[in-house]
Design a protein around this ligand. Structure first.
Ligand SMILES: *[C@@H]1O[C@H](CO)[C@@H](O)[C@H](O)[C@H]1NC(C)=O
Ligand SMILES: *[C@@H]1O[C@H](CO)[C@@H](O)[C@H](O)[C@H]1NC(C)=O
Ligand SMILES: *[C@@H]1O[C@H](CO)[C@@H](O)[C@H](O)[C@H]1NC(C)=O
Ligand SMILES: *[C@@H]1O[C@H](CO)[C@@H](O)[C@H](O)[C@H]1NC(C)=O
Ligand SMILES: *[C@@H]1O[C@H](CO)[C@@H](O)[C@H](O)[C@H]1NC(C)=O
Length: 586
């Protein structure tokens, strides 16, 4: 590939070398982004992908504190590709009226998302595989997806049928791939786009989104979520695999809240079914594993490997048998929100594990930064990638997690009780110096508090029905349970409707003086009264979408001499004169 001047940006660095200005040409990097569907971290799926390990994990950095913010396909993918929280896209479900491709379009996001911005930055952009739910053989051209120079999308209602893919190439009428294995079809299309992209001088972005290891879904009535199908060449693999028997695996006592705590214990038939369900997922991932190797080899053969970033992640996690749950996602447990992110590329340490806290909201800001653009108006911040950035990460310790609607049971033994709408919640994950916590508030009025340093499997809910005595004995960082919860609730109050800067630095909404930047700092005793009196996160009912009227108070109090109440998304609301000492409120 010849380099051309088009391919480069000129960065003129003012450099006092012998009184001369030194002109340096910096080539914009290419980006290959691989997005799997429902891949787990906690059942060790990465350990069953040797080629991913060889080419990406061993040659790049594994981000072992990476989270999705809404654990279901479409809302999560919109979050990834827009850099905005689901509460700001309002794409909160897989189908209309609250989600799916039509809602994405309706929200004006088709003109306002990563591929469009990358084209504006001089990139050629390509996508193949699954984009969003409810992007179908009927609406694929109404309107066309914007922002891609080349695209070949899987379409509903066939998206999740492993041997009956229907795809639209560059907006043309759908073509059926019946009888061919969908992840292999998508891999071939990715190789084609890679060849196409490298015929041009501009840098390129190529996203590849195979459906593996999602369930094979047939949109009949009722909808069937069957085990993932795999290519016959992988049928012999992993016959002895079992889902790790962690403390939360089909526990003797119920765990969780809402519908989870009513689930019956699984019998041996269901346990074996679930183990085989997970084996099928691991086999389906083998096609992706092979694709990773071929993509790397092709980039290498073209001499582009050293100027290409390769991202590998998934839309959301997955649970099976943990907390007695049938196969599925949609929960705030680690199984569902804590997911793989691996990045290899120029300047990224090889074989490194980075403990920075990051989320899917950060991916678009990260990609835009690589492409040379800064977007502080987005809800995420760039993830540190280079050794230098990783050495002193500026990132925070919080992840804002949210969900609206229902949990969908998958597999043969899905529980009907789950079909209720009671899966609407707000959650806050905080991972900092000396703590690793999950705090949730559910539309049912229930709450959860898990301490993952003491209880990594999330079996002890300190806010559960019978937990008063446990909570009474609980301390962290020298503070009592009540003081901890009051801070977490206030942080969640801010994050659940944050926007841009207030998502990046949520404590500054509560403490504009800048004196509090972490949970540890907020725990100071002088703030006890202030936090106790804060409006609390609550719901008045369980709703299927982001209906603000059902979501309790929307404003928080601000620490300072003057009493102010503000909306976290921006504007000041009210300001009262209050010259008291907050600590007198104790
Ligand atoms: C890709 O699309 C952009 C936006 O339409 C356009 O400016 C650019 O020329 C296209 N690149 C190629 C190689 O056609
Ligand atoms: C195990 O549980 C499933 C789901 O509840 C049920 O359909 C099945 O009959 C049970 N099997 C046995 C052997 O009890
Ligand atoms: C990438 O490698 C090629 C040869 O393999 C070399 O010519 C080029 O200078 C390298 N580019 C960078 C940015 O290291
Ligand atoms: C859902 O939650 C509401 C409280 O908001 C409760 O009244 C209702 O019984 C719950 N439904 C189910 C099926 O659990
Ligand atoms: C989100 O979308 C739904 C469905 O269109 C709408 O009813 C709701 O008011 C929207 N929420 C917000 C906060 O805009």
């Amino acid at each position: 590939m010849a380099l051309s001047i088009l391919r480069t940006v000129l960065a003129i660095l003012p450099c006092l070398v012998a009184g001369l200005e030194l002109a340096v040409t910096v080539e914009k990097p290419n980006i290959v982004f691989i997005l799997t569907d429902d891949q787990d971290w906690h059942m060790e799926s990465l350990d069953y992908m040797p080629l991913l390990r060889k080419h990406i994990i061993n040659e790049g950095t594994l981000f072992d504190r990476h989270y999705c913010t809404v654990s279901i396909c479409c809302p999560s993918r919109v979050n990834i590709w827009t850099g905005r929280a689901a509460h700001n896209t309002n794409v909160t479900d897989v189908h209309p009226p609250y989600g799916g491709y039509p809602k994405f379009v309706q929200q004006g996001l088709n003109e306002n998302w990563l591929p469009v911005w990358l084209q504006d930055l001089g990139y050629n952009t390509y996508y193949t595989g699954k984009l969003f739910n409810a992007h179908s053989v009927d609406n694929y051209d109404d309107p066309l997806v914007k922002g891609f120079n080349g695209s070949d999308f899987l379409l509903d209602p066939y998206t999740y049928e492993y041997y009956r893919a229907h795809m639209t190439r560059n907006g043309a009428p759908p073509v059926s791939y019946e009888g061919q294995y969908s992840p292999d079809v998508v891999a071939e299309k990715a190789y084609g786009f890679l060849d196409e992209a490298t015929q041009h001088d501009e840098p390129f972005f190529l996203a590849v989104a195979p459906i593996a290891p999602h369930a094979d879904v047939i949109f009949a009535d009722p909808v069937q979520f069957n085990p993932a199908k795999y290519a016959s060449r992988h049928a012999h693999l992993f016959k002895d695999y079992k889902i790790p028997r962690t403390a939360n695996f089909n526990p003797d006592t119920p765990s969780g809240v809402s519908w989870v705590k009513h689930l019956p214990q699984l019998n041996d038939t269901v346990i074996e079914y679930n183990d085989e369900f997970q084996r099928s997922r691991l086999r389906a991932l083998q096609s992706v594993d092979e694709m990773v190797e071929t993509l790397v080899q092709k980039l290498d053969a073209k001499g582009l490997l050293n100027n290409t970033y390769i991202f590998y992640t998934t839309d959301n996690g997955f649970h099976i048998s943990q907390h007695r749950m049938p196969p599925g996602k949609e929960c705030p447990f680690e199984t569902d929100i804590h997911i793989p992110l691996i990045v290899r590329g120029p300047g990224i340490p090889a074989g490194h594990t980075a403990g920075v806290v990051s989320s899917h909201t950060d991916l678009t800001p990260t990609l835009l930064k690589l492409a040379g653009s800064d977007r502080p108006d987005l809800d995420g911040t760039p993830i540190p990638l280079s050794a230098e950035q990783l050495a002193s990460p500026a990132s925070g310790e919080h992840v804002n997690v949210e969900f609206w609607g229902r949990a969908i049971p998958e597999g043969k033994y899905g529980n009907d009780a789950m079909s209720a709408m009671n899966n609407t919640y707000k959650a806050l994950r905080v991972v900092g110096d000396g703590y690793s916590l999950l705090y949730t508030v559910w539309c049912t009025g229930e709450k959860e508090y898990y301490d993952l340093l003491r209880d990594p499997d999330q079996m002890i809910n300190y806010l559960g029905d019978d937990s008063a005595s446990l909570a009474a004995d609980y301390t962290l960082a020298g503070r009592s349970f009540e003081h901890l919860v009051s801070r977490l609730d206030s942080l969640l109050m801010v994050l659940k409707s944050c926007k841009a800067k207030t998502c990046h630095a949520p404590w500054t909404v509560l403490h504009p003086d800048g004196n509090v930047k972490t949970l540890n700092e907020a725990l100071h005793g002088s703030y006890d009264g202030f936090y106790r009196e804060q409006p609390k996160v609550s719901f008045s009912s369980c709703q299927p979408g982001y209906l603000v009227d059902a979501e309790g108070p929307q404003e928080v109090d601000v620490w300072g001499d003057e009493y102010q109440r503000v909306t976290p998304s921006g504007g000041r609301q009210q300001s009262f004169r209050y010259h008291g000492d907050w600590s007198l409120w104790t």
